[in-house]
Ligand binder design. Structure first.
Ligand code: FAD
Length: 558
C-alpha cells in the first residue's frame, strides 16, 4: 500500500491504535476503554458507511461480544427522503441529520467512529485501508474479523459528456444545499439590470434530468417554491421561470402503478412543468443541454440556468476494486447470498445500495439482452436466438449459470413476457426448464430489492440480528442450520410514496393499493415524522413544516 506520508500510516487492531513507519511499529496508543477484556478476545467488526444500512445495523447491534469500528467520511446519518425538501428550504439541512455518535452511544456495545473514507478493502488479509477526510488526509489500516460493507452508491452519469462539470446532483446533504443556493442565485442574477431577455429566460430555465421518484419530487418541490414563495419576492422576473423535466423512457415514475404515473403526468401538465418524456440527454455544456428524442433521433438544445442530474446510481470505485479481488470482476454488482454475505467470502457482508441496486440493473441488462436477441422485433425468440441470449447472459453473469444448475424455479415465460411482450412457448421449449430456474431467481432478487432506504434499513436490522445471535448459533452445531433455513433475509415491502407538490402525494401501499391526493400527503407527513431517527430530528422536522405553513420558505442567500 502506498501512503503519501508513511509516518502517518496508522493501524487499528483490536481496539488499539499503532503508528507505523514503513512497516515498523513506532508507537502504540491503545485506548483503555477499547481494549478487549482480558482472556475474552472480542471479534472485531468493521462497518463501512453511516447511511441507512450501516446505521440500522449499528442501532440494532446489541451483542457486547463485538468490538466495532465504524468508518465513514461523514459523521452523521442523513434522512435522504427529505433531501428534496432541503433543496428549497421546506425543511432545514440540520433537521434531517443526526450525529452518528449520538445514535451509536450504547451502554453494552463498544463502538468507535473514525471519520475517514475506505479506499481499499484487502479481503485476503482482512484489512481495510482508510484515508481521513481532514486536511492532513492521514492514512491508516483497520483489521477486521467481520466486515460490513454499507457504502451506498455514487451518482450514475452514464458517462454523458459535461454532466460532471455542469450539473448538480441530489445525493448528499451538501448537494441539496448547493441546489438551494443555486436556485436563489439564478433568481438574483436574472433580477439584475442590463440582463437581456434571452439571458433572463436562460437563467430561469431549471432542468431536472431523470423522471424517477427523486427527480419528480424535486421538480414538484421547486415548482411549489417558485409558485408559493418566489413569485411574490421576484415579481419582475416571474414570467420567465420554466421548469423542465427530462426522462428518457416514455413515462415518469416507471416503477409505480400506472394510475400514479398518469396522475403525476397530468398534474405536472396542469402545473405548467414542461415534461419531456422519450428525451435523452446526450451532452451538457455550461449553458446548454442537448437532448435526443428517442423515437426520431432529433437533437435539440435547451439553454439552462440550473440543471439537476438524477438518473440513478452506480457502483463506487472502491467497491469495484473489491469485486475484482473476489472474482466478481465480470459482474456489475456486489453479489451477496440471501444471508447478505458477499459471494466468494465468508466474513464480509454487504447491504444497502452497494449490493442491491445493481442487481436490479442485472435485470434490466437481461431484459435488454432479450430485446437485442429478438432481431426481427417479432416479440418471440427462435431457439437459436434464445440460445444466443442465454450464452450472452451467462457470460456476463456467472451466477445465472449457477442458477441454471439448480433447476428450481417456475416462471421463465412470465419473465420473458415482461421483458419483451409476448413469447411463444414452443419457440423456447428447448431450454425452458433450466431457464425457469435461472431467471426467476434472478428476477425475484431484482424485484424484491429496489435501491431504497427501506431495503437498506431492513437489511441492516436483519444483519444485526444475525450478529446478535451468532454466538448462540456457534455454540449449538444444529443452530446455524436451523438459523440458515429459517433466517435468510426476506424483504417486507411497506409501500412507496411519491410526493407531487401542492400538498398532494401518491402512495402505492402493499397489495398494490393506490392512494393519491391531499389525504395521502397527511399520511406522508405522519410516516416521515415517525420514521425520524431521533426525537430531536423529529421535532425539528415537524417544526420546519409548521414554520413553512405559517411563514413560507426562506429565500435568503446565506
Ligand atoms: P447511503 O445511505 O448512501 O449511505 C452510504 C454511506 O457510506 C454514507 O454514510 C457514506 O458517507 C458512506 N461512504 C461513502 N463512501 C465511503 C467510503 N469510501 N468509505 C466508507 N464509507 C463511505 N429511499 C426510500 O426508500 N424512500 C425515499 O423516499 C427515498 N428518497 C430518496 C431521496 C433522495 C434525494 C436520495 C438521494 C435517495 C432516496 N432514497 C429513498 C434512497 C435511499 O436514500 C437509499 O436507497 C439509501 O440511502 C441506501 O442506503 P445505504 O446505506 O446503502 O447508502
Amino acid at each position: 500500500v502506498s501512503s503519501k506520508n508513511p509516518l502517518l500510516f496508522t493501524h487499528f487492531s483490536g481496539g488499539g491504535l499503532v503508528a507505523y513507519s514503513e512497516g515498523n511499529i513506532l508507537s502504540s496508543s491503545p485506548k483503555i476503554d477499547e481494549l478487549p477484556e482480558a482472556g475474552n478476545k472480542k471479534k472485531r467488526v468493521v462497518v463501512l458507511g453511516t447511511g441507512w444500512a450501516g446505521t440500522s445495523f449499528l442501532k440494532n447491534l446489541k451483542n457486547s461480544s463485538y468490538d466495532v469500528q465504524v468508518v465513514s467520511p461523514r459523521n452523521y446519518f442523513a434522512f435522504t427522503p427529505l433531501l428534496p425538501s432541503v433543496t428549497v428550504g421546506t425543511v432545514e439541512a440540520r433537521s434531517v441529520v443526526e450525529p452518528i455518535r449520538n445514535i451509536v452511544k450504547k451502554k453494552n456495545v463498544n463502538v468507535n467512529f473514525l471519520e475517514a473514507e475506505c479506499y481499499k478493502i484487502d479481503a485476503k488479509n482482512k484489512k481495510v485501508y482508510c484515508r481521513s477526510t481532514q486536511d492532513e488526509k492521514e492514512e491508516f489500516i483497520v483489521d477486521y474479523d467481520y466486515l460490513v460493507v454499507a457504502m451506498g452508491a455514487r451518482v450514475n452519469t452514464f458517462n454523458t459528456p459535461g454532466v460532471e462539470e455542469n450539473c448538480l446532483y441530489l445525493k448528499e446533504v451538501e448537494d441539496a444545499l448547493k441546489i438551494r443556493r443555486s436556485v436563489i442565485d439564478c433568481f438574483e442574477k436574472a433580477s439584475l439590470p442590463n440582463v437581456s431577455e434571452d439571458e433572463r429566460k436562460r437563467m430561469l430555465q431549471f432542468v431536472v434530468v431523470g423522471g424517477g421518484p427523486t427527480g419528480v419530487e424535486f421538480a414538484a418541490e421547486l415548482h411549489d417554491f417558485v409558485s408559493e414563495d418566489l413569485v411574490r419576492l421576484y415579481p419582475a422576473v416571474k414570467d420567465f421561470v420554466k421548469i423542465s423535466l427530462l426522462e428518457a423512457t416514455d413515462h415518469i415514475l416507471n416503477m409505480f402503478d400506472k394510475r400514479i404515473t398518469a396522475f403525476a403526468e397530468e398534474k405536472f401538465h396542469r402545473d405548467g412543468i414542461d415534461l419531456r418524456t422519450g428525451s435523452m440527454v446526450v451532452k451538457v455544456t455550461d449553458k446548454e443541454i442537448s437532448t435526443k428524442e428517442i423515437k426520431t433521433g432529433k437533437i435539440s438544445t435547451i439553454p439552462y440556468g440550473m440543471a439537476v442530474w438524477s438518473t440513478g446510481i452506480a457502483t463506487r470505485p472502491v467497491v469495484m476494486d473489491f469485486m475484482k479481488q473476489i472474482g466478481q470482476a465480470n459482474r456489475r454488482v456486489l453479489a451477496t447470498d440471501e444471508w447478505l454475505r458477499v459471494e466468494g467470502t465468508n466474513s464480509i457482508y454487504a447491504l444497502g445500495d452497494c449490493a442491491t441496486i445493481n442487481q436490479r440493473k442485472v435485470m434490466e441488462d437481461i431484459s435488454s439482452i432479450f430485446k437485442k436477441a429478438d432481431k426481427d422485433n417479432s416479440g418471440t425468440l427462435t431457439v437459436k436466438e434464445f440460445q444466443e441470449a442465454l450464452d450472452d447472459i451467462c457470460d456476463r453473469y456467472p451466477q445465472v449459470q449457477l442458477y441454471l444448475k439448480n433447476k428450481k424455479m417456475s416462471n421463465l415465460v412470465d419473465l420473458l413476457k415482461e421483458s419483451k411482450g409476448d413469447v411463444a412457448k414452443e419457440s423456447i421449449a428447448l431450454n425452458v426448464e433450466e431457464f425457469k430456474s435461472a431467471l426467476s431467481q434472478v428476477d425475484s432478487q431484482m424485484k424484491n430489492l429496489p435501491a431504497t432506504a427501506q431495503v437498506a434499513a431492513q437489511q441492516g436490522s436483519y444483519l444485526a440480528d444475525c450478529f446478535n445471535r451468532m454466538d448462540e448459533c456457534e455454540k449449538h452445531p444444529e443452530g446455524p442450520l436451523r438459523f440458515r433455513e429459517s433466517g435468510r433475509h426476506r424483504y417486507k415491502h411497506l409501500g412507496q410514496f411519491a410526493p407531487l407538490g401542492g400538498e398532494q402525494t401518491a402512495a402505492q401501499l402493499p397489495g398494490d393499493w393506490v392512494s393519491i391526493g391531499h389525504s395521502t400527503q397527511w399520511l406522508w407527513y405522519s410516516v416521515y415524522a415517525s420514521k425520524q431517527v431521533s426525537w430531536r430530528t423529529r421535532s425539528l422536522v415537524v417544526s420546519d413544516w409548521m414554520r413553512r405553513f405559517i411563514f413560507g420558505r426562506d429565500s435568503s442567500q446565506i
